[in-house]
Design a binder for this molecule. Sequence first.
Ligand SMILES: Cc1ncc(COP(=O)(O)O)c(C=O)c1O
Length: 334
Amino acid sequence: MSIPVVHQLALNESPYPPLPSVRRAMRRAVAQAHRYPQFYPDDLTERIAVWCRVAPDHVAVGSGSVGVALQLLQAVMEPGDTMVYAWRSFDAYPLLADMVGARPVPVPLSPDGHQDLGALLAAFDHRTRVVVLCNPHNPTGTLVTTDRLAAFLRQVPRDVTVLLDEAYVEFAGGSVPDPLALLDAHPNLLVLRTFSKAYGLAALRVGYGLGAPGLIGRIRRRQLPFGINTVAAAAVKASLRAGSELRRRVETVIAERERLRRELGALGWHIGPGHANSVWLAAPDPIDDGAVALTDAGVLARHYPGEGLRLTVGSREANDAVLAALAGVGVRCP
Ligand SMILES: Cc1ncc(COP(=O)(O)O)c(C=O)c1O
């Protein structure tokens, strides 16, 4: 008999449902559901541009950040081209490469869970058109610092697009590089962001890319007409008006992440600094036993057998359930 899932901590979602003001905006939009949305999401694009302090021609909105990533690959890759990325990482990268007929080139993470920038560059071949950096990294939560990102961008040839996936940037608490400052210097850079994580709108599928106008124009040409639905657009606009409430939620998630890290550390688990809305437990700690204990406690985590456990930071109650479950798993000292 399978054990019911009480706490869903496997997909790096927000533990919070949409804010009341966002729900009101969604309800108003639902009442207009017999009308089409804008042919292309121009209003939403403008709002996001104002909020990011860039011109609208620097912004492409899509169906989640994965939708924008697919539009990018469709724009810059031909069948047989290669896409380089660190691995383990977000499951969608190889799937997206496959969708455009590209060859995925996974490059192992360093033993401490960092993306190995030198190894990524060394993996380029004459068919490489895209390199992905995930910052903060999924699943390990590690960060590429400003200096290292700048040096990396200087070394990437102009005919290779850098897809800088910042799905978790809000949880890094200001310690991430400011990529917007890099956009004009690097016309081959696309910064990918999402309303699915910190903004808690994962079901509504809105993400966006920031880049130089030439690249953004090519990405927009792959935009599905009527592709962003009215309810989602209304929710995002309302979220942009609720910045301070959402920031408080993010601060709570960060505080809970640090509590989990401290308390798991006190239990003997070895956990490095993490900058996303998750905590990464890695082998040789007993992660497979941990996965069993979590399942028995009704906690669904992301388990990579023999490799690691990624735990989304949940509500306080969910995090307490994690701590209680993992307290019963013996961790050997190094
Ligand atoms: C690194 C990374 N990028 C993108 C996404 C997906 O974001 P979206 O919901 O905007 O498509 C995820 C979701 O888990 C992710 O981990």
